[in-house]
Design a binder for this molecule. Structure first.
Ligand code: ZN
Length: 207
């Protein structure tokens, strides 16, 4: 299985151990043998302090519940979800807090297939009709990934999903308070993709 559950969970754990833990949890989820997945009792919630070893930034999509797909228990991971995992100052500040104050060594940005937020950005660029309200912010933040692929490309949706994950990873690696720890190797920011059909998380750039 690679990675004993909880291995990366001590303070000062390495990014590599944290990633191994997270992916081992996803394998338990995929294989239908979660060890935490069904324990959502109040007793489990009250069982200890938080010692998170990873922060996962994902989409609001109701089919991608992050603690479940990584088979994580209470106190194990910090989760942030926005449409299309779009960043704003609150999201970046939250990640800075988790990394700087809680000593978390791993930030994972998780995109997923058939993402509606990325689809909205593709539609907006194709039709030239920008949505109103704050939805425009989401679309504007995703649009560069779509433009880089080309909105006329028949495969723009799946390709832009991947590009947008990589762009989000790059932005976080360059973040004012994260760049130092990342350069020192104390913190890793990595991108993943969730397959809605199989439940599997694949690293976009493993290694
Ligand atoms: Zn989505």
């Amino acid at each position: 299985m690679g990675g004993t559950p909880g291995q990366g969970r001590q303070a000062g754990g390495t990014p590599r151990a944290a990633l191994a833990d997270l992916l081992a949890g996803n394998r338990r989820f995929v294989s239908g043998q979660p060890i935490h997945g069904h324990d959502v009792t109040a007793a489990a919630a009250a069982s200890g302090d938080q010692q998170p070893y990873a922060v996962v930034l994902g989409c609001i999509d109701s089919r991608v519940p992050l603690e479940a797909i990584f088979d994580q228990t209470f106190g194990a991971i910090c989760v942030i979800r926005t449409g299309g995992h779009v960043l704003d100052r609150a999201v970046c500040g939250s990640i800075e807090y988790v990394v700087g104050q809680l000593g978390v060594p791993l930030v994972m940005v998780l995109g997923h297939e058939r993402c509606g937020a990325v689809g909205a950005a593709v539609d907006a660029l194709r039709t030239g009709e920008r949505p109103g309200g704050s939805l425009a912010y989401l679309v504007d933040e995703i649009a560069p990934a779509v433009t880089e692929i080309g909105f006329d490309d028949p495969a723009v949706h799946p390709l832009a999903i991947r590009r947008h994950v990589r762009r989000t990873v790059r932005t976080l690696r360059d973040d004012d308070l994260l760049a130092g720890p990342v350069a020192a190797g104390r913190v890793a920011v990595t991108g993943g993709l969730y397959d809605l059909a199989t439940g599997e998380v694949a690293l976009l750039d493993p290694g």
